[in-house]
Design a protein around this ligand. Structure first.
Ligand SMILES: Cc1cc2nc3c(=O)[nH]c(=O)nc-3n(C[C@H](O)[C@H](O)[C@H](O)COP(=O)(O)OP(=O)(O)OC[C@H]3O[C@@H](n4cnc5c(N)ncnc54)[C@H](O)[C@@H]3O)c2cc1C
Length: 425
């Protein structure tokens, strides 16, 4: 078995993994590799041919493949070694990676630090338990995206989309542009689950109706989908009898959530957060196992790829510092705690001393939308230390808490930092 040795090994060549690899090289790690199961770098962005990528980090509005290529090129210029077409099978707590490819069989990679960057996957039909037969014509939105944008196939002509996630809305527009009829988007919650900008640019601009508080009760069809039965739901998500409506269509797309891809991390023994589906991380994107870091949607599902890149850079820098023996020693971390109307906060742990090296960023998602001004308040052991006003908050859009270096003093002895989102008194 071939054995390779690296300072930093990154698993996954999407925007999170690429940013980590670049940052690790720039921070001084000499031998950095990216292990990627696909034949090229870029991750999911290769199938995201719409624009909207790069406004935050590059100041440009790029399509997904161009954004990915920018970082792929940069990584190669810096001497990051891509190990393509290579699937990681196992990672051990001793920082050994076992991977396989068709050229070398099983390969062992020993690394000074490892960055998980495996991204996320879509929630499938099986997770929804929609009654009905199992005809052809039910796809996840991301599968349809791949079929249309990469393989060049139209998966149907007349669509209903279940779930108002971003991929579903983006595909509603894409399919319309390809000449298909998108009958409507059904969303079980009383609010949108994706970005408002996608509601406007992908649904409103193309006159595609969105029905909130609605779901699919039944899929009809023998060999191929012939219709779905939509139904309104009450506040508890229960179908309202008598509200059923049969919508003829030949394809149902599911856009009902993304799940961080953490089988490798779990098997390696990393502590996970049940809410995010990702590892519990600190301000350097370090996980519960020393020498293991996490970058991108493997941590939690970001709303913008630009944030994935920025968080990947943090993970890569920390991984390089660990591998070079330059990580801060004897760190005491406070817990970040989700307060009123906050579903989760990342990172979960924060070293107040890191503020002496620069501002630190927390990101959170709210539980409920509020379409009016709210205060985002951070309290250290019950004492308010930071606040800002947002014009609105929505579950589909992350809120950023930027902690400036002058918060070091109020935070240095605190044990927890609770962030709440409240209507102003
Ligand atoms: C189907 C789908 C469609 C999406 N469409 C959009 C969209 O249209 N717009 C948008 O903004 N976001 C979209 N997303 C969200 C997307 O995950 C992020 O936008 C972004 O790509 C996240 O970057 P990442 O680096 O965290 O993960 P990814 O881009 O997913 O990259 C992860 C990489 O890890 C590799 N990998 C995973 N496991 C292994 C392993 N065991 N061994 C080796 N390599 C491995 C994968 O092949 C992949 O290349 C989509 C997500 C999915 C799942």
């Amino acid at each position: 078995m071939k054995t390779l040795v690296y300072d930093v090994a990154v698993i996954g060549g999407g925007p999170g993994g690429l940013a980590a690899a670049i940052a690790a090289r720039e921070r001084g790690a000499q031998r950095v590799c990216v292990v990627e199961r696909a034949e090229e770098l870029g991750g999911i962005l290769q199938q995201c041919i719409h624009n909207g990528f790069g406004l935050e980090v590059l100041g440009q509005d790029l399509p997904g493949p161009a954004y990915a290529q920018h970082f792929g090129r940069r990584a190669c210029e810096l001497g990051v070694q891509p190990l393509l077409d290579t699937m990681v099978l196992e990672v051990t707590p001793q920082r050994r990676i076992f991977a396989t490819n068709s050229r070398e069989g099983i390969v062992e990679i020993q690394a000074g630090a490892i960055v998980f960057g495996m991204g996320c996957r879509e929630r499938p039909r099986g997770a929804l338990a929609i009654p009905g037969t199992r005809p052809a014509g039910v796809f996840t939105a991301g599968t349809a995206q791949r079929l249309v944008n990469i393989e060049g196939y139209m998966p149907g002509r007349r669509f209903v989309i279940l779930g108002s996630g971003d991929i579903g809305m983006i595909m509603a527009r894409r399919l319309t542009l390809e000449g298909a009829q998108v009958e409507r988007v059904l969303e079980i919650m009383p609010y949108l689950s994706g970005l408002k900008r996608n509601l406007v640019q992908c649904l409103h601009d193309y006159h595609i109706p969105l029905q909130l508080c609605h779901t699919v009760r039944e899929i009809k069809g023998d060999r191929r989908v012939e219709a779905v039965v939509a139904v309104a739901v009450d506040g508890g998500g229960n179908p309202i009898p008598g509200s059923e409506e049969t919508i003829p269509c030949d394809t149902l797309l599911l856009s009902v959530g993304l799940i961080p891809e953490n089988e490798l991390s779990r098997r390696a023994g990393i502590c996970m957060d049940a809410l995010t589906g990702g590892p519990i991380v600190d301000e350097g994107m370090g996980t519960s196992l020393p020498g293991f870091f996490a970058a991108g949607n493997v941590v939690h599902v970001y709303d913008l790829v630009d944030w994935v890149t920025l968080a990947g850079e943090v993970a890569g820098r920390s991984a390089a510092e660990y591998a070079l023996g330059q990580a801060p020693a004897h760190v005491r971390r406070l817990r970040t705690v989700a307060g009123d109307n906050v579903r989760y906060i990342v990172p979960h742990r924060l070293d107040a001393a890191s503020l002496t090296r620069g501002a630190q960023q927390l990101q959170l998602r709210v539980q409920q939308p509020v379409e009016e001004k709210v205060s985002v308040v951070a309290e250290a052991d019950g004492v308010e230390v930071w606040h800002k006003v947002e014009r609105y908050v929505r579950p589909g859009e992350m809120v950023t808490v930027k902690l400036a270096p002058d918060l070091y003093d109020p935070l240095k002895r605190a044990t927890e930092l609770k962030v709440s989102v409240r209507k102003p008194a």
